[in-house]
Ligand binder design. Structure first.
Ligand SMILES: Nc1ccn([C@@H]2O[C@H](COP(=O)(O)OP(=O)(O)OP(=O)(O)O)[C@@H](O)[C@H]2O)c(=O)n1
Ligand SMILES: C[C@](O)(CO)[C@H](O)COP(=O)(O)O
Length: 274
């Protein structure tokens, strides 16, 4: 197969994607497998501004989705990238991928109504592309633009020992478990802070593990997890999910109030190295 033709991949042609995914002979599988960065950019930003897709907002002159794609593009351990989009941003993201020349982007797929639907759409694409069961997939929120290289590499390495891993940040606050009494919430218990972490992304899995977890979750229509780790924790409770050190700068741009903080982080990063 000749050089990757990004225009064809725009059409989300599974066979094209299959042809371009890194394939690995079974005997090499545990040593050298595809490492796929999945960038979820199909959200509607209801808490930000539904009329201004936050994944396209520029921070220090670069759109948020580009910061995220670039983090995987520049990581030597990552072989392929898949981006999930919605119709509101598809054309724009396609143009950006072209303009910035992200050569690892194999496919831009339509996401779904909820985050898990977007994850599923990308996993379906990878299944159709017939990537090896041992492949490593790193699922990342496009709106966490400043993910650091050690977090990505840490996920890839953690999967040599565990089938699932998530970037997370140790809580510096005491956490409270509450109960809703209707007119007010009250504290029911105070868990040991040493075991409290704030989930971030990427969240990383051997392909067979995340596929299995989602297969089991599919039978439960009332399950609406906000991240992929929870799908594994709930449906494959025997699988430990390793913690990979996150950072405060791996901010999720959720509301407009996050923009000034994001600008400060971007300035710092641009002054030094990512
Ligand atoms: N159907 C969805 C929903 C979310 N996401 C992605 O998942 C990440 C989750 O971050 P979040 O702040 O929840 O994004 P939104 O869902 O866009 O925001 P909101 O919940 O305010 O609508 C984002 O990168 C978002 O684009 C997605 O790909 N598909
Ligand atoms: C995946 C996530 O970013 C981990 O912190 C988070 O769960 C997304 O949740 P949201 O409530 O939909 O923003």
């Amino acid at each position: 197969m000749g050089e990757f033709d990004r225009k064809k991949h725009r059409d989300t042609d599974e066979l094209e994607a299959q042809a371009h995914m890194t394939h690995t002979a079974p005997e090499e599988a545990t040593q050298s497998v595809p490492v796929v960065g999945i960038v979820l950019a199909a959200g509607f930003g209801t808490r930000f501004d539904p009329n201004e897709p936050k994944q396209l907002v520029s921070i220090a002159g670069k759109p948020i989705v580009c910061w995220s794609i670039e983090a995987f593009e520049i990581n030597d351990a990552v072989s392929d990238i898949v981006v999930a989009v919605n119709p509101q941003v598809r054309d724009h993201v396609e143009r950006l991928v072209d303009e910035y020349g992200y050569a690892k982007v194999r496919s831009i797929v339509n996401g779904g109504a909820e985050r898990v639907d977007s994850t599923l759409a990308t996993l379906d694409l990878l299944s159709q592309a017939d990537i090896p069961q041992q492949a490593k997939v790193l699922i990342h929120d496009a709106v966490r633009p400043f993910v650091e290289q050690p977090a990505i590499t840490g996920c890839v390495e953690a999967l040599d020992q565990y089938s699932a891993a998530t970037v997370a940040l140790a809580s510096t606050d005491t956490m409270l478990i509450t109960e809703d009494l209707g007119d007010r919430k009250v504290v029911r218990s105070v868990p040991d802070r040493a075991n409290m972490f704030r989930a971030q992304t990427p969240q990383a899995f051997r392909f067979s593990t995340i596929i299995k977890a989602y297969e089991l979750a599919a039978d439960d229509p009332d399950f609406h997890p906000t991240d992929d780790t929870r799908v594994v924790v709930e449906y494959l409770p025997q699988e430990p999910v390793a913690i990979v050190a996150g950072s405060a700068s791996n901010l999720k741009v959720t509301t407009k109030a996050d923009i000034p903080v994001a600008e400060q982080i971007a300035e710092r990063l641009q002054a030094g190295l990512r």
